[in-house]
Design a protein around this ligand. Structure first.
Ligand code: CU
Length: 193
């Protein structure tokens, strides 16, 4: 009798074990994500800068080919405070000009432009400057960025003030020179208008 009952609830049990199995799968996926996040944080922790309630994670740039006059700067900016701050400017001795830009795809064409008024960092938010989105545009490079070196720069925030950072120069990505070349042309064209 019991056996039959058990058999009857067996369907339920196999459903339950299915659910448990998928939960386990989800847990594994989550664990994997956490591990990845942990690794990413670990990388950032090794190279980060703090100013007031702001944490600047892993500023980096790409090595540039000898003829290139522009490069992009990337990082994450986290605001642990309760009021917004704003990245209003970037200074870099290795570049004649440094601007805060945004890149977006419009009708399949990548366009970059300066961000008017700078970049707001809302309380509790992390703003990522990354290839394909917000970035620092280094222009009029005085010398090529060589992989493995660091480029000194200063981030200027409305409230946190001037924050010296160093951009680690990482490998040239295959698409970067084309995108930047295109961008450089547009910028200089735009400036003369
Ligand atoms: Cu740009």
């Amino acid at each position: 009798m019991r056996h039959v009952l058990h058999a009857g609830s067996g369907t339920g049990r196999s459903l339950a074990s299915l659910i448990i199995a998928s939960l386990r799968h989800a847990m594994l996926v989550l664990a994997g994500l956490c591990l990845t996040a942990g690794l990413a944080l670990g990388t950032a922790a090794a190279h980060e800068f703090k100013a007031g309630t702001l944490t600047i994670g892993h500023p980096w740039t790409r090595a540039t080919p000898p003829s290139a006059k522009v490069g992009g700067g990337f990082m994450s900016i986290t605001n642990n405070g309760t009021s917004p701050d704003r990245l209003v400017a970037v200074e870099c001795e290795a570049a004649g000009v440094a601007e805060i830009h945004h890149m977006a795809t419009e009708n399949g064409v990548m366009k970059m432009q300066a961000v008017p008024g700078g970049l707001e960092i809302a309380p509790g938010a992390t703003v990522k400057l990354a290839p394909g989105g917000y970035h620092v545009m280094f222009m009029e490079l005085k010398q090529p960025f060589t992989q493995g070196s660091s480029i000194k720069g200063t981030l200027v925030f409305e409230k946190a003030g001037r924050v010296p950072v160093s951009f680690k120069v990482e490998a040239i990505a295959s698409k970067a020179p084309d995108a930047h070349h295109d961008h450089g042309g547009k910028m200089h064209g735009g400036k003369t208008q």
